[in-house]
Ligand binder design. Sequence first.
Ligand code: F6P
Length: 372
Amino acid sequence: MQRSRSRVVGILTSGGDCPGLNAAIRAVVKPAISNYHIEVIGIEKGFRGLVENHSRVLHLPDVSGILAVGGTILGTSREKPHRIPLPHGKTVDLTDRAVETYHRLGLDCLVCLGGNGTHKVAYNLMTRGLNVLGLPKTIDNDLAETDITFGHDSAVSTATEAIDRLHSTAEAHLRVMVIELMGHKTGWLALAAGVAGGADVILIPEIPYDIQSVCNNLKERRRRGKWFSIVAVAEGAMPKEPPRPGAAATAGKDDKKSKKKDKSLTRLPETSIGSRVAQEISENLGIETRVTVLGHLQRGGVPTPFDRILATRLGTHAVELLAEGKYNRMVCVKGAEVTSVPIEQVAGKLKTVPLDHPLLLSARQVGTNLGD
Ligand code: F6P
């Protein structure tokens, strides 16, 4: 009797990194090899590695000791096969090459660890006949069809610690400290860290802010003898009013446009929305302000225990799907359960903070100003 060949799967990490990626890779590789005799090939540097066939077979020692390590042993990139950048700002569609690599490696399925962009690409590859599975990672927690993504809890923890540290210096100097947190399209991270850190004002992209409302809140705090305040701002927050002509701080909607046009490799914090909010507060109230842009500190470092557990549950669930030959799904969390949904339900859908979200309501209940 002819023995059926053992299965081969590829695994890659794509998009911005986050704590928990290595925990998830380990959770796929270990059971795949040990329990199901599935060979796992690591694709390096995200989808660019699939286009260029940068890959290596992963063995058990490769995933030993990585549970608590930040970053990703596979490397990552934001590049998408259908839009690979060329010099001079042009792009080229190399999806065919990605499909070729998949077949050349003899893959039965490609496991993609990523956020929104990654799941869109995975869906495109699925429409080209490849089998794919998605695992939801992003510090932003903005992926549809899952209650939570791994990486988010670690980022909330880092951001909360930063807010805690700002509190003592804010109080010592009687200043308004503005902290800008990641989240270019959604405010999950700023909201969670803001509530956990007791920020007095939280500004998120879902609720365009009115600077007068913010200032009234800060004035009222002063009236109650609170001479310092913390303002947590998501990087994608935007004002209700367009910026005044000639205003020095140019973040918000206009800044997004200029970021798109700016093809340089460096993103400068001076143009941040945090700086704009701080400037508006000091101009309106004559209060001394300082700005902290927490930036990539939120993506680095070790995953929290919560993220290690979550990544392990999601990764091992993915292997169960592989073992059953159930493809083209994203593993997700619904309530207490780890389950999966068809990938087309996820691709291209952003999970924003609903305006009636319980955490927004709780924030309001404890007197937090949300800029509206
Ligand atoms: O991964 C999403 C994210 O964390 C966003 O919140 C942020 O805008 C973005 O990454 C920045 O990432 P990079 O500097 O790697 O492009």
